[in-house]
Design a binder for this molecule. Structure first.
Ligand SMILES: [Zn+2]
Length: 272
């Protein structure tokens, strides 16, 4: 069995504030250890249950958060950016399961550190009119490749948003959100136990899990946080201007949705 782990930081137990996800902040140095150890717990669970190959993709911010010298020795690590398919870089048809560890709820819907890819840029991302967070977008991309979503970990809002779309996945709920920057959470030790056990359970059920995919074509609509941001994105020839603050792109696949989302996110830095 071959398993892919996309690792984010906002859904990690012990993380509730933006500073904890920002390189250069003293709190960040502690949070990245928590992130690395949650990933390690998932890897341990997988290896203990018989997985032969685990690839971990650092999927937060600069994508150089995970501590290479602390990561479980059985896992390969993808670090850095830009990279194709961003939070699912290197995922292919050969994987048996797609895990999302430390993930979070979508922009504008509440939940701890909720955002979609880039909190400065996007107010909401919709695919065919349906608001989507990162787990939905990347999980459906995995589905396009024939890979089922095996496990998602994060807060209760992330679970609420994604439980119906990925009904067979193991959800590991580590935090109960009291807002954008507050949560009740299980202990760090308990979080790791839950991840270890959840990963092993997911692997044991891998044979029964089905990939979830939507059939295109898709309209990917990006509601930006300002008209200036929408002006910036509308310079791209394929962009449709929906209204003062929104642009849309016609896509044939979730891979294309991810391509536009990643590109627009990068372009937004021109207006920071
Ligand atoms: Zn993140």
């Amino acid at each position: 069995m071959k398993v892919y782990i996309s690792a984010d930081i906002e859904g990690v137990a012990g993380v509730v504030s933006p500073a904890q996800g920002q390189a250069g902040h003293p709190e960040y140095e502690k949070a990245r250890i928590l992130m690395t150890e949650e990933v390690n717990a998932a890897v341990e669970g997988l290896i203990g249950a018989g997985a032969k190959e685990v690839v971990v993709n650092d999927s937060h911010g600069p994508m150089t958060n995970l501590l290479a010298d602390r990561l479980h020795p059985a896992a390969d690590l993808i670090l850095g950016k830009p990279k194709p398919m961003n939070m699912a870089c290197g995922l292919d048809e050969g994987f048996d399961l797609f895990f999302m560890v430390g993930h979070h709820s979508m922009a504008g819907q509440g939940g701890v550190l909720a955002h979609t890819t880039n909190g400065f840029a996007f107010r909401q991302v919709r695919v065919n009119g349906i608001p989507c967070g990162e787990p939905m977008i990347y999980g459906l991309y995995a589905g396009e490749l024939g890979v089922p979503v095996g496990l998602l970990s994060g807060d209760d809002k992330m679970r609420e948003e994604n439980a119906a779309i990925f009904p067979q996945a193991e959800f590991v709920t580590l935090k109960r959100s009291y807002g954008q920057r507050a949560a009740r959470q299980v202990s760090v030790a308990c979080a790791r136990d839950l991840l270890r056990e959840g990963a092993a359970r997911a692997l044991a059920r891998a044979g029964q899990m089905k990939p979830v995919r939507w059939n295109g074509p898709f309209v990917a609509e990006f509601a930006m946080n300002s008209a200036a941001l929408a002006d910036q994105m509308a310079v791209l020839p394929p962009a449709h201007r929906v209204d003062a603050t929104s642009v849309a792109f016609d896509c044939t696949s979730m891979a294309e949705v991810i391509g536009w989302m990643t590109g627009l996110s990068a372009m937004s830095f021109a207006l920071r």
